[in-house]
Design a protein around this ligand. Structure first.
Ligand code: KG4
Ligand code: ZN
Length: 394
């Protein structure tokens, strides 16, 4: 079975084709492409939703064509066998994405129906203007090719990204043992920070989440205050590494928000404010704050990581979890991974720690196609909608 996966929930336009071999329970990626819009959003210091929409509209069809070609699934159409009414319907489905509709019509006229068995699309959560071009393209393809469709939760994708095939084109056995459940999943991205109790695949309970900014958002916003650019996570990590190398003792102290609160929730907005006040104070005292940038970045990273790890371990202990699963863009952070690994080894040595490959921590469509493997239900192209606030719980 072959699955087309499409992801447009934020600032990545990503399309993949995943093949699944049910008999041998293995999967492989026939093609996998992620186009990052970072350069487009960089001047604004963060993702601009309408720019993301424009970029998705512009790039979805060229990427679709490239990915299908790479997978060897495109055959030119001998003659136009489609009725005008069918093509008109595409315009209807993509009524709010006019340019995209025309690109898609040209593509559909040019090629025969490819041998795909399912279309998997990120339904949410995410930015509404970014989600819709993806959802409507998937609906149009499902209608036109008469291929089943399924809307996927982006956060579930981040969790299951841990089991994606390791190398493009190569088969990887899907080994998800029941011995890892119950699991505590820590999903940390630019838009979300959640602790999820997972009884099995598809059964989730959000036991804690951020009350304001997400962990990634905090990295991004504090990086902006430090004039380090976007995205903030890698920038703060790089700056913090400079401080670590010097092996100095930091004079900078920032809060650990909600570290000892009696729940599994997070709050990172206060940390950002503390950084803002710190920079203002240093400026007032005529201290060259830019010289202290590595120390501040180091402290920001420690603060975020310590809170994330403390609460994750607390949840894993209290819910008697057999594993801790990481997912989302922030799980690319090496300090976080190192600290979590050593803390688990010392405090919860019987717990298995599952960390995604770095290339699958950020947004991608392989995880969306892969998650579809675990879903029996299907959506209707006529009624499927993007849901910017989609929850993991049913
Ligand atoms: O999962 P993701 O690609 O997109 C969303 O669904 O939001 O996560 C993006 C977030 C950004 O906030 C980015 O700064 C953060 O992940 N990030 C990192 C690192 N790499 C990306 N945060 C900390 N350390 C990193 N190395
Ligand atoms: Zn994400």
């Amino acid at each position: 079975m072959k699955i087309l996966g499409i992801e447009t929930s934020c600032d990545e336009t990503a399309i993949s084709i995943l093949e699944y071999d049910a008999k041998k329970r293995r999967s492989r990626l026939l093609a996998n492409f992620v186009y990052s819009q970072i350069a487009v959003h960089q001047p604004f210091g963060g993702v601009v939703p309408n720019l993301a929409k424009r970029e998705h509209q512009k790039n979805l069809v060229p990427i679709l064509e490239m990915v299908f070609k790479k997978a060897g699934l495109l055959r030119k159409q001998a003659k136009n066998t489609r009725s005008e009414a069918q093509l008109e319907k595409i315009k209807d489905i993509l009524i709010k994405e006019e340019d995209l509709a025309q690109n898609l019509i040209n593509f559909l006229k040019k090629y025969q129906k490819p041998k795909i068995d399912l279309i998997a699309i990120t339904k949410g959560p995410g930015l509404a203007p970014a989600l819709w071009p993806g959802v409507n393209s998937a609906r149009a393809l499902s209608y036109f090719w008469n291929i089943p469709l399924i809307g996927i939760n982006h956060l579930e994708g981040h969790i299951l990204a841990n089991w994606l095939p390791q190398k493009e084109k190569e088969w990887t056995k899907i080994k998800i043992s029941n011995n890892i459940f119950p699991a505590i999943a820590l999903v940390i991205s630019g838009g979300h920070t959640q602790l999820v109790l997972m009884k099995k695949i598809g059964q989730y309970r959000v036991i804690g989440e951020t009350r304001d900014d997400a962990a990634g958002e905090c990295f991004d916003k504090t990086a902006r205050l430090l004039e380090l650019g976007y995205p903030g996570g890698p920038a703060i990590a790089a700056e913090a590494a400079k401080f670590k190398i010097l092996n100095l003792k930091s004079q900078i102290a920032l809060p650990r928000p909600m570290l000892h609160s009696n729940n599994y929730d997070f709050s990172f907005a206060g940390l950002k404010t503390a950084v803002l006040y710190l920079i203002e104070k240093l400026k007032k005292e005529k201290i060259n704050w830019k010289n202290l940038r590595p120390a501040i970045a180091y402290e920001i990273q420690n603060s975020i990581n310590e809170v994330l790890i403390f609460k994750t371990l607390k949840a894993a202990k209290n819910f008697r979890a057999k594993s801790i699963i990481l997912g989302g863009g922030v799980s690319a952070n090496q300090s976080l991974k190192d600290l979590l690994t050593s803390e688990v080894k010392i405090k919860l040595p019987n717990i298995k720690l599952i960390i995604p490959k770095t290339e699958y921590t950020g947004d991608n469509s392989a995880m969306i196609a892969f998650t579809a493997l675990f879903k029996k239900e299907r959506d209707n192209w006529q009624t499927l909608e993007a849901d910017p606030n989609l929850r993991l719980e049913k």
